[in-house]
Design a protein around this ligand. Structure first.
Ligand code: G4P
Length: 530
């Protein structure tokens, strides 16, 4: 028992978000480097590096240089066991980011010091706020010309609506980036070397107090003076550090550094680990479930098919919320109402997938899914039957009609679209009383259409024709006794059914929603498909 408690207490599980190219992959890689999980940086993803990249399982990702899927990695550092959840950088996949955040206890937002808050950071950040979890900011690429750090703080606060607290402060930038000032310890951490080793190994550093006589020599007089002025300004003007506000995502601790040269990565990791908590209790149908409760429980937050094309496998990723997972045990799948053995449980350790015997609250495991799990499902010890709160789906904003170009490929078409819909990457609808002759697909971001087309072709061998539809809004019909014949709707509103045969309406604009409500007073509409 004591062992289980220890194991859970040392868990830290966080998601990492950024606009593409801000340096999320590089930072993740450096974390793994500090944890000793990899020897050489450049192993997670390197466009120049021949080694296969964990998150690059789809060609489309490589072509566009964005990560579409999210992956999970675990490593140990200074007694902590850390789970990093990678998220897609593109806003069109913000629903995936949202689900990943459901499995995380905190988030790290990476910002490019020269570019500041970028378009996709905004959307992903809003998704972060929905979860009320601590958000830490890492301002990256300080080894390049950067914007004034005060301006950056102001931009984050104004554009993202979160207060900031710089935990450390940069000393210079570009070639002049000498280190950071630690505001808690009131100390300078100066990085040695010029970063030319490209951050392959861990960086050396010296720690000096502000009054140390060697400071001027180390930084140069002009940087020293700027630092003294900056610190005075910060102490006078910035928000107080309040752990409670951090825990609720109201105040973001900010760190500066350069993932590429390793400068500032370790100080960030150390403070971050101290400021974050082990797994916290989660709400369920039986009240809060304590992570230290010895009974295993977990929920599925992601399903991914065909990660390994050779095996045509389908993996359900679950976040363990309490207790210990034991490979030999039988568990209960609450929504499936049956006992289940979780087969091929695995974790990603740097670039390898490993089959595991045990895992603990806070961990993410991937299990083989024979097609029984859905997103949001609960799995728990065989003698309990509670459900964790479900994961709401985002309402699709783009719609298209799709059909296979080769009618002989019908079976593959149905299988492919259904499976991809089960993964939650798309939502599919059909007209009442028709099967899957023609499918209407709804997505949150248009890039998901491309992924759908690509995957149907590559994984199922099906070419499709796609015609865009002008619908923008979706409402589920909540009336228990619903008779389509009673419905009076305008000609550009469409009645469809989802894969559970629930009725819903597609609207081109809000005016048509009001029209439908006025002409059908009895109609109960909801924005969410439960
Ligand atoms: P992402 O996952 O957020 O999309 O970003 P990624 O880490 O792939 O980094 C994007 C580019 O920025 C990479 O360059 C990477 O080397 C560079 N980079 C990351 N961190 C830093 C930093 O601290 N300083 C500087 N100067 N550059 C940084 P690339 O040329 O696009 O790729 P590669 O050829 O180096 O792999």
């Amino acid at each position: 028992m004591a062992d289980i408690r220890n194991e859970i207490e040392r868990r830290r599980t966080f998601a990492i978000i950024s606009h593409p190219d801000a340096g999320k992959t590089t930072l993740t890689e450096k974390f793994l480097l500090y944890g000793g999980a990899i020897q050489l940086a450049g192993a997670v993803k390197g466009k120049k590096n021949a080694r296969h990249a964990v998150s690059d399982w789809m060609e489309i990702e490589k072509q566009r240089g964005i990560s579409v899927t999210s992956s999970v990695m675990q490593f140990n550092y200074e007694g902590y066991c850390i789970n990093i959840l990678d998220t897609p950088g593109h806003q069109d996949f913000s629903e995936d980011t949202y689900r990943t955040l459901m499995a995380a206890d905190s988030a790290v937002m990476v910002i490019d010091a020269a570019k500041g808050v970028e378009a996709q950071t905004r959307k992903l950040f809003k998704v972060c706020l929905l979860r009320d979890i601590p958000i830490f900011t890492f301002v990256n690429k300080m080894d390049r010309e950067a914007r004034n750090p005060f301006d950056l703080m102001e931009q984050i606060e104004q554009e993202l609506g979160i207060r900031t607290y710089p935990v450390n402060w940069p000393i210079g930038c570009g070639r002049e980036f000498k280190g950071v000032y630690d505001r808690h310890k009131r100390e300078i951490i100066s990085f040695l070397g010029d970063g030319t080793a490209n951050g392959v190994r861990q960086v050396e550093k010296v720690e000096l107090s502000m009054s140390d006589a060697r400071l001027g020599e180390l930084l140069g007089e002009s940087l020293r003076e700027t630092l003294v002025d900056d610190v005075e300004l910060l102490d006078g003007a910035s928000y107080e550090f309040d752990m409670d506000e951090v825990r609720h995502g109201k105040l973001s601790p900010v760190f500066f550094g350069s993932a590429l040269t390793n400068f500032g990565v370790e100080p960030f990791l150390e403070d971050f680990l101290k400021m974050t908590t082990p797994p916290l209790p989660r709400g369920s149908s039986e009240g809060e479930i304590d992570p230290f409760d010895p009974g295993f429980s977990a929920f599925v937050f992601k399903i991914q098919a065909n990660m390994n094309k050779a095996h045509r496998d389908r993996v359900a990723f679950m976040r363990i919320c309490s207790g210990e997972f034991d490979k030999t045990q039988e568990y209960y799948h609450v929504q499936g109402e049956r006992k289940i053995k979780l087969s091929q449980p695995q974790q990603l350790m740097a670039q390898d997938r490993e089959i595991i015997d045990r895992a603990y609250a806070g961990d993410i495991i991937g299990v083989f899914d024979p097609g029984v799990f859905s997103i949001g499902d609960t799995i728990c010890t065989a003698n309990r039957k509670f459900e964790f709160a479900g994961i709401p789906t985002f309402a699709p904003e783009h719609f298209a009609r799709i059909r296979q170009t080769d009618t002989l490929k019908r079976k593959q078409f149905v299988k492919g679209t259904t499976q991809i819909a089960q993964e939650g990457a798309i939502q599919i609808f059909h007209e009442p009383n028709t099967g899957m002759e023609e499918v209407i697909v709804g997505v949150v971001g248009v890039l998901q259409f491309e992924v759908l087309e690509y995957r149907l072709k590559n994984e199922y061998g099906v070419d499709i024709r796609r015609d865009g539809l002008s619908y923008q809004y979706i409402r589920w019909i909540e009336n228990e006794e619903f008779d389509p014949k009673q419905l009076d709707i305008s000609s550009d509103t469409k009645l469809v059914q989802d894969f559970k045969d629930r009725y819903l309406l597609l609207f081109t604009d809000e005016w048509n929603i009001r029209w439908a409500q006025e002409h059908n007073k009895w109609l109960e509409l909801s924005e969410f498909g439960r």
